[in-house]
Design a protein around this ligand. Structure first.
Ligand SMILES: Nc1nc2c(ncn2[C@@H]2O[C@H](COP(=O)(O)OP(=O)(O)OP(=O)(O)O)[C@@H](O)[C@H]2O)c(=O)[nH]1
Ligand SMILES: [Mg+2]
Length: 209
């Protein structure tokens, strides 16, 4: 049997930035970390790993395509992942979409390569993990799941990402901690609150060579 393999030209990237940012108190995409917005940081990491990038949000803030949710009323991250799948399904030659969260500026530079290498079948989903915890919004998804996900969003009460994953063929990929001048950084460190932003500024400094 021919082995299944994916490369960068098969994969679109979508930054998930459609949440309410309630704990931060203002739109996380526009929050500054060092000299750049979080959205810029994340686009800078994602761009080289995929064939094209877009942002799932209500409105544009950088010069990239914006993909709004199809479902009303902020149905959670799965609504953003659904919007990402639907968008990517309309792009030529794209079979998969990778999603990353706008509040996670230090995610691995080999995220997509390692998720893609882990896929054994075209129908499988690959999800990132670190320190024994999975990070299900960091996933590589077949775009053909869009219809199935749309039906699930319409019928599942809690719409938890983990519950959706339980119904599918999923492989998890563990990423190592990243050495810095201070200590080891979890590459999936994410910024939810103003205090997290202060911590992220320290990590940014510790990553400078
Ligand atoms: N499209 C979409 N994305 C969402 C929604 N809720 C959360 N997200 C995204 O899912 C990811 C993880 O969500 P959180 O870290 O809780 O972010 P958030 O919901 O904006 O922040 P809080 O309001 O503080 O919970 C982020 O990338 C969010 O932008 C939603 O209703 N729709
Ligand atoms: Mg939230």
């Amino acid at each position: 049997m021919a082995e299944f393999s994916l490369d960068r030209s098969d994969i679109a990237g979508v930054v998930l930035a459609g949440g309410r940012s309630q704990r931060m108190g203002r739109d996380k995409a526009a929050v500054m970390l060092g000299t750049q917005s979080l959205l810029r940081h994340v686009l800078g990491r994602l761009g080289p790993q995929v064939s094209s990038v877009a942002v799932n949000a209500d409105a544009a803030s950088e010069n990239v395509p914006v993909v709004p949710d199809h479902t009303a009323g902020k149905a959670g991250p799965m609504a953003g992942i659904h919007a990402a799948m639907t968008y990517a399904a309309g792009l030529p030659k794209i079979s998969h979409v990778v999603t990353v969260s706008v509040d996670c500026p230090f995610f691995p530079t080999d995220l997509v390569a390692r998720l893609a290498a882990a896929l054994e079948r075209p129908s499988q989903i690959a999800i990132a993990a670190s320190e024994g915890r999975s990070h299900p919004v960091f996933g590589l998804w077949p775009v053909t799941l869009a219809t199935n996900l749309e039906a699930w969003i319409a019928t599942d009460e809690k719409r938890r990402v983990r519950d959706f994953l339980l119904r599918h063929d999923v492989t998890e990929v563990a990423f190592p901690l990243h050495p810095t001048r201070a200590s080891l950084l979890d590459p999936f460190f994410n910024i939810n609150t103003p205090d997290d932003l202060v911590e992220a500024e320290r990590w940014l400094e510790a990553l400078r060579t």
